[in-house]
Design a protein around this ligand. Structure first.
Ligand SMILES: *Cc1c(COP(=O)(O)O)cnc(C)c1O
Length: 503
């Protein structure tokens, strides 16, 4: 068989496959890196400029991509040109394009130009911001950019920011800090023998809250979902009643998590009122503003978050609605001592003379190694500026409001949740049939739109029934993209009503 190994045994040295003499050790040579980096930069610019012309969701079935890739890593190194060709021809056509301006699924995100440049440079530097000494500038830039973001969102000075990978981690860390506050005895001995504790969030809260509770040793019973009202906001009186009943039964309230921008309908809990109840019971108030937090940058939207400034901790994800490439989640904490108590263990090899003078970011969470995430957020905040962010966020909400208006005005369509941010939840209501056949119709509409490649949407369940979501958040999304999604939805619904004439 003509394997490369076999050929290399008979070929003269300077003709060996994939193994030029100067590549036997060491990295990709500098000149080759430069050539490939130029080509890659051109590909990147072209992708960003034209991604809107691609189908958002690929024409691919589960397993297709995997079948096209070898089952094992190559024995001998391959040419980077071949690797990049496979990236373009095998990987990219199999992607759901999150950076597409007609990507309206989940929560729409953007890797903006400045954010991508920051991500590239962070990869080149490859610094690890565990301690100040391991990365002085990365540590200090994280202080600076989290403080900049705090200021433009109007939060008080005593909130200290730290950047994590995701909101799921940030929320778990906040709950760990709450545990330090509410179970000081558990710091040494663990929770064994302690009275049971409970964390409260609405039945619309993100699953990461419950996951954090499980991971922290409070068990499934440590989480209590509180009912929500007709606009999907936590029922504050139900919260108070549940906490009172728990206290009477010897259960210790640990924390209340209020959500600003729920995952299903983007509703916002009454944070101010929830905060009052949390304080009555001495519980920690954490605000999950992973999606909705950036709204506070826009003056007329800030009142939606009223009361969040009184929280003990807040999570905001710039990788969601703030044009920063994934991953970048900021945890703000105004009781950093509790957070550090939950996570600080300093082994000898990491002790340094600077200890106590500066922050060591490894003390604020589970991870020791930390990517230089502040760089991309710094680029984003500087390039757009506060005003540029306001303009873009405001435009997204305007587009969402307009879309909701079109849906409301159309026969057989309804908007099922109030629109405050850039997300609309709506559904097709067929004239005949029961709830289940309406659910099936909405599923089919969703599949038709996604198969068209013109837009990508996702669904949720509201009041027991299937509803569709349109989340606007990509920096390149324009009115034309939103109009395109609406005509794709109308065409798909038309095919429901008149299957024969349907697309
Ligand atoms: C997206 C989201 C999360 C989870 O965010 P990750 O960063 O993916 O962990 C949590 N809460 C809310 C409200 C969200 O919208």
């Amino acid at each position: 068989m003509l394997t490369p190994e076999w050929l290399n045994r008979i070929l003269p040295d300077d003709h060996r496959l994939n193994a030029p003499a100067d590549r036997s050790v060491g990295d990709l040579p500098a000149e080759e890196f430069l050539r490939l980096a130029h080509e890659t930069a051109e590909w990147m610019a072209e992708y960003l400029a034209s991604v809107g012309e691609r189908a958002v969701f690929p024409n691919t079935d589960p397993g297709d991509i995997r079948r096209r890739l070898p089952a094992s890593a190559p024995e001998l190194g391959e040419a980077m040109d071949d690797v990049l060709a496979d990236f373009r021809e095998v990987i990219v056509p199999g992607l759901n394009h999150w950076n597409h301006p007609a990507f309206f699924g989940y929560f729409s995100v953007s890797a903006s130009g400045p954010g991508v440049l920051g991500e590239m440079l962070a990869a080149v530097l490859n610094v690890n911001a565990m301690t100040w000494r391991s990365s002085p500038a990365a540590t200090e830039l994280e202080d600076v950019v989290t403080d900049w973001l705090r200021q433009i969102m109007g939060l008080p000075e005593d909130f200290e920011g730290v950047i994590n990978d995701t909101a799921s981690s940030s929320t778990m860390y906040a709950l760990a800090a709450a545990r330090e506050l509410r179970y000081p005895e558990a710091h040494q001995g663990g929770l064994f023998g302690c009275p049971p504790g409970r964390v409260y969030a609405s039945d619309q809260a993100h699953s990461s809250v419950e996951k954090g509770v499980m991971a922290l040793g409070f068990g499934r019973d440590g989480f209590r979902a509180i009912g929500s009202d007709s606009e999907f906001r936590m029922d504050v009186e139900a919260l108070r009643a549940a906490m009172r009943a728990d206290v009477d039964a010897g259960v210790r309230p640990i924390a209340v998590v209020a959500t600003a921008g729920t995952t299903s309908t983007a509703s916002l809990d009454p944070i101010h009122e929830i905060g009052q109840v949390a304080r009555e019971f001495g519980a920690w108030l954490h605000v999950d503003a992973a999606y909705g937090g950036p709204a506070a940058i826009v003056p007329e939207f800030r009142p939606l978050l009223r009361g969040w400034e009184q929280a003990d901790s807040i999570v905001v994800n710039p990788h969601k609605w703030l044009f920063t490439p994934i991953d970048c989640s900021v945890l703000y904490c105004r009781r950093p001592a509790e957070l550090v108590r939950a996570f600080s263990i300093v082994p000898e090899y990491l002790t340094a003379p600077d200890e106590g003078v500066t922050r060591n970011l490894m003390d604020y969470g589970v991870s020791l190694g930390r990517r230089f995430r502040s760089l991309k957020l710094w680029f984003v905040l500087r390039y757009f500026g506060r005003q540029g962010l306001i303009d873009r966020l405001r435009e997204h909400v305007r587009l969402a409001t307009d879309f909701a208006g079109w849906v409301r005005a159309a026969p057989h369509w309804e908007v099922v949740a109030p629109v405050h941010l850039g997300t609309v939840v709506y559904r097709f209501v067929p004239e005949l049939g029961n709830g289940e056949s309406a659910d099936a119709a909405n599923h089919r509409i969703l599949e038709r739109v996604n198969a068209s490649g013109d837009a990508f949407l996702t669904h949720t369940r509201v009041g027991g029934r299937i509803a569709l979501r349109l989340a606007i958040g990509n920096v390149k999304t324009s009115r034309a993209h939103v109009e395109g999604a609406w005509s794709a939805l109308r065409a798909a619904a038309e095919a429901e009503v008149h299957p024969a004439s349907g697309a």
